[in-house]
Ligand binder design. Structure first.
Ligand SMILES: O=c1nc[nH]c2c1ncn2[C@H]1C[C@H](O)[C@@H](COP(=O)(O)OP(=O)(O)OP(=O)(O)O)O1
Ligand SMILES: [Mg+2]
Length: 203
């Protein structure tokens, strides 16, 4: 049974500014006060799961336990068919340099591996997003979302974040990196999951 969200303040359990901005935009119509995990000085929990759901649960429960607030987490990534679903849950790890994240390096790796695979274009892929809303008493709800598309090269566009410059969503001839934030927020994997979250928790 889905529990309704009746509080005023929602902790968004992410340290990723790009995600936080998108989620804050998506939440605007619902009149909730949004606080980010970095603002609350929360540590980044280790994402030891092997699925988006496991990692989203780890992040949401850690934040809800630490603050006593309901916490919404987002675990997401890109799954590329020709790479057997990689990088998938390891999407952020591909950008890790040991001293911050470098997404140009991560996108270049994806392109290099695609080229090495010898698989012809189109390089079909999907962005996946799992949102988890966790309460301090341990209850949670899971909302999955997806956006189909393909990986393109070279990178195009300087909007958005992460792998946006190499992902062209189905039905479009521009990348997420070339799309304005409102357009992306209508069709993205995050918007898809968010629509389910809203129906379940605000409906
Ligand atoms: O709309 C997106 N557009 C482009 N790239 C994206 C998107 N959504 C996820 N991504 C990529 C980048 C991100 O780094 C990784 C998710 O990794 P993930 O662990 O879920 O997020 P994160 O470490 O950046 O922030 P946090 O865990 O604090 O929420 O997938
Ligand atoms: Mg993370």
């Amino acid at each position: 049974m889905t529990r309704k969200f009746e509080g005023k303040k929602l902790l968004v359990a992410t340290h990723n500014r790009g995600k936080l901005e998108e989620i804050a935009d998506l939440l605007k119509p619902y009149g909730v006060e949004v606080v980010g995990a970095a603002e609350m000085d929360l540590p980044e929990p280790e994402e030891t799961g092997t699925t988006f759901v496991e990692n989203a649960r780890i992040k949401a429960h850690a934040a809800a336990q630490a603050t006593g607030l309901p916490a919404l987490s987002d675990d997401s990534g890109i799954a590329i068919d020709a790479l057997d679903g990689a990088p998938g849950v390891y999407t952020a790890d591909w950008a890790e340099t040991g001293n911050g994240r470098d997404f140009v390096m991560a996108m270049t790796r994806a392109h290099d591996e695609l080229t090495a695979s010898g698989k012809p274009e189109p390089w079909t892929a999907r962005f996946c997003c799992t949102l988890v809303l966790a309460w301090p008493d341990g209850h949670d709800e899971v909302f999955p979302g997806v956006m189909e598309g393909r990986v393109v090269w070279p990178m195009r566009g300087d909007q958005g974040h992460g792998y946006d410059p190499v992902f062209e969503p189905q039905g479009y001839d521009i990348t997420f990196g070339e799309m304005d934030r409102w357009e992306k927020n209508k069709i993205s994997h995050r918007a898809d999951a968010f629509a389910k979250f809203v129906t379940g928790c605000f409906g």
